[in-house]
Ligand binder design. Structure first.
Ligand SMILES: [Zn+2]
Length: 480
């Protein structure tokens, strides 16, 4: 095992011994709490320049912390991004896509290989109490995400309930040992079902179009008790029939849909604030590293479609904010960061050695900015294969399985990715660099997969026919 760098600053080393109860007198590893708001694009938060008052608590939290202005998700989907957070591997290595289509067109649903070493496993081995309180869907045991968590629960219940459950867990855990708590909510994922008090802040009260009726109907249905496969079924019944597959919706409908999304952010923000208040009331803010982030964003037809399927900025630019005990607040880091960096960074704070071949790097939030020139990738596999190569403000989009030509953007000048530079002289060097580093990255991913023996397993393997199994093996997936 490679040894990770230990705490680099004296300030970080003075973190008090963690534990669920009173801080103990000796120095020791800090508690770690990662709060992940699923499907939260950075630019709707006030601290990331959002135009609405969606996030007063998160904004205040950012002023107490270190905000990474340019954090990138490794994919626009839940399963691969979570697998990357938990293993510091890109999806090209861990293979845990939301779905993989067989050549026959049938979908399969990979799960994390048991041979992977997760953040929770590494911390548990170092004496941490580990728990995940997640909001159902793909953040599930079936995807292998319980690996390393001593307590794992995942049910679609919304942010209020998930924060309640997290507080319950904090109450009962052992104050003599540090904890790692992963808290996930789908509050900002479809179906958008915000409370009226939040929607009123953002929606035009005169709007009486079909989406208001859908919101009312969906809320009524959701209030009648747990629904099987609720995330998909409510969206499919109430909202999807009203949203165009291609081309943007009626402007009033679009405005209301955005208001629903902003209202969900405000509702999640309130619950995040409640968590902060609880940590402060119990003195846990004194010895807990708290990370606020997301797994991907959401696109509202800026690049042709709705949802999270592509690798343009609305879906891969995520919030990433750290609060480190001590007085380190109100900093903005302009260097590149990725969700794959959480694991090595947190392991450093916990003084735990890194497992081999992590693709992320320690962000050293208390240190200086990293030098420019770091390359990060984001990848989509369905419905269209897309790869985003990013080096500082430069971004190239590649479409490996289609005839679409690459696109190139300067995000500093063009954050909306409207002005494709790919036909220009300026971009030709960029495209060459991207193509070269893509080849190097693919080779490195394959080598990591081979060396670590990572072959994602597939759910319901016993139900596959021999020909389906053969197709899977050809794609690099075998049972585990
Ligand atoms: Zn997600």
């Amino acid at each position: 095992m490679a040894s990770g760098p230990l705490l680099k600053t004296a300030a970080a080393a003075t973190l008090l011994l963690a534990g669920c109860g009173e801080p103990a007198p000796a120095a020791g590893p800090p508690n770690i709490l990662v709060f992940l708001a699923d499907t939260l694009r950075a630019d709707r938060l006030g601290c990331y320049g959002g135009p609405q008052q969606t996030s007063p608590r998160i904004d205040a939290f950012a002023r107490q912390g270190i905000r990474f202005a340019h954090a990138t998700a490794p994919s626009p989907y839940t399963s691969p991004s979570h697998a990357s957070l938990f293993t510091s591997m890109d999806p090209a290595v861990h293979g845990v896509w939301n779905r993989v289509l067989l050549p026959s067109g049938e979908p399969i649903f990979p799960r994390l290989a048991e041979g992977s070493t997760t953040l929770a496993e590494a911390l548990a081995a170092a004496g941490y109490q580990t728990a995940a309180i997640a909001d159902g869907g793909n953040v599930s045991e079936a995807r292998g995400f319980a690996q390393g968590f001593q307590h794992f629960e995942s049910k679609f219940r919304g942010a209020r309930n998930r924060v309640d459950r997290a507080l319950d867990w904090l109450e009962q855990c052992d104050p003599a040992k540090p904890f790692f708590l992963f808290l996930h909510t789908y509050q900002t994922h479809t179906p958008y079902l915000p409370d009226p008090v939040h929607l009123e802040k953002f929606a035009d009260s005169d709007y009486q179009g079909p989406l208001r009726e859908a919101w009312e109907g969906a809320r009524k249905k959701a209030s009648q008790g747990p629904i099987r496969n609720a995330i998909k079924s409510i969206q499919k019944e109430f909202f999807r029939p009203l949203l165009p597959e291609e081309g943007s919706p009626d402007p009033d409908d679009l405005e209301f849909l955005r208001a629903l999304y902003d209202a969900e952010i405000a509702q999640m923000d309130q619950e995040f604030g409640r968590l902060l208040d609880h940590l402060a009331a119990r003195g846990l803010d004194e010895n807990t590293i708290l990370v606020f982030t997301s797994d991907h964003g959401e696109e509202f037809w800026e690049h042709g479609i709705y949802g999270h399927h592509q690798v343009y900025e609305p879906t891969v630019h995520i919030p990433l904010i750290w609060r480190i005990p001590g007085n380190f607040g109100n900093r903005v880091r302009e260097d590149s960061a990725g969700l794959i960096d959480l694991m090595p960074t947190l392991l450093d704070f916990a003084s735990v050695a890194h497992p081999p071949r992590l693709q992320g790097k320690s962000l050293d939030p208390l240190g200086a900015e990293a030098p420019p020139g770091r390359v990060l990738f984001s990848e989509a596999n369905w419905p269209e294969a897309q790869i985003a190569w990013r080096e500082d403000q430069h971004k190239v989009l590649l479409f490996p399985d289609s005839q679409r030509r690459p696109e190139a953007f300067d995000l500093a000048l063009d954050p909306g990715e409207i002005n494709d530079l790919s036909g220009s002289q300026e971009a030709s060097d960029l495209l060459q660099r991207a193509a070269r580093s893509l080849e190097e990255w693919k080779t490195a991913c394959l080598a990591a997969q081979t060396e670590l023996g990572i072959q994602p397993a597939v759910r319901n393997l016993d139900q596959l026919t021999p020909s389906q199994r053969a197709e899977l093996e050809a794609l690099g997936y075998i049972g585990g």
